[in-house]
Design a protein around this ligand. Structure first.
Ligand code: ADE
Length: 246
């Protein structure tokens, strides 16, 4: 029987970075239960036996080294030939921005091959080898490994059976293009701050209305880009003021 989520095949110069994802937390449990697969390959194993470099200096000069095409082609072609069909992804800051929609799309794939770049970049002829290029944000990491781990985590938690209830993925931030409403647990009063009365009222219709309003208000304040309101992010470290939220 096929597994409900994708097999992740990761090609990297640091495959050991993926062991914790296979062992810990939500992804570790999903791997253990066979809900997703996770295999990491050492790129150097595809250099043809003897010690061949995986990087070289750029034609035309310039700083740093580039990943050479031969081992990348060998690795991607070999891994693709043994795995079920799916998508291959190059992790690069030049890629399309990864978000919740891409996570949902990848969760439906049988296989997701993730190639982690290192050094200053890749030889341009490597790019057509991949179905798509993804970036996790407008900053440059030392390599694609952390980006791959982010994607594996975001995708895995959407696979049916991975989280306790499908409701928790349906209601969380971004699943409907809105941030999640504020949540509280016991105690009812903590350091003088009380849980809003409505949440303790037992009136489920009222609670749902309050949560919808809060979600709307929070999204407008913190992420106006999600609701099409033009408001500069300013210097509030992402915690925009939420009018009337006192
Ligand atoms: N490699 C280096 N920086 C990256 C980023 N922001 N996203 C994906 N891969 C990367």
């Amino acid at each position: 029987m096929s597994r409900p989520g994708p097999e992740f095949h990761v090609i990297s110069l640091f495959p050991e970075m993926f062991s914790p994802a296979s062992l810990c937390g939500v992804t570790g449990k999903a791997v253990e239960q066979g809900l997703v697969g996770l295999t990491a390959y050492q790129l150097r194993d595809f250099t043809g036996g003897s010690i061949h470099p995986v990087d070289d200096s750029p034609y035309g000069g310039g700083p740093g080294m580039l990943m050479k095409p031969e081992p990348v082609f060998a690795a991607v072609e070999q891994v693709s030939s043994t795995a079920p069909p799916g998508v291959s992804v190059l992790l690069t800051p030049q890629g399309r921005r990864f978000g919740q929609e891409a996570a949902a799309r990848l969760a439906d794939e049988k296989r997701v091959l993730l190639f982690c770049g290192r050094y200053e970049g890749v030889d341009e002829r490597i790019r057509p080898l991949f179905d798509e290029e993804l970036s996790i944000g407008d900053y440059v990491l030392s390599g694609g490994e952390l980006a791959a781990l982010v994607i594996i985590d975001a995708v895995t938690r959407l696979v049916p059976g991975v989280l306790g209830s499908d409701e928790s993925t349906r209601q969380e931030s971004f699943s409907d293009g809105r941030l999640e409403y504020p949540q509280y647990t016991r105690p009812a009063v903590f350091r003088g701050e009380a849980v809003p009365d409505v949440l303790r009222s037992g009136n489920h219709a009222e609670i749902e209305r309050w949560r919808r309003e809060q979600s709307e208000r929070r999204t407008r304040a913190r992420r106006p880009d999600l609701v099409g309101v033009d408001r500069s992010a300013g210097g509030d470290r992402g915690r925009g003021e939420e009018p009337g939220d006192d």
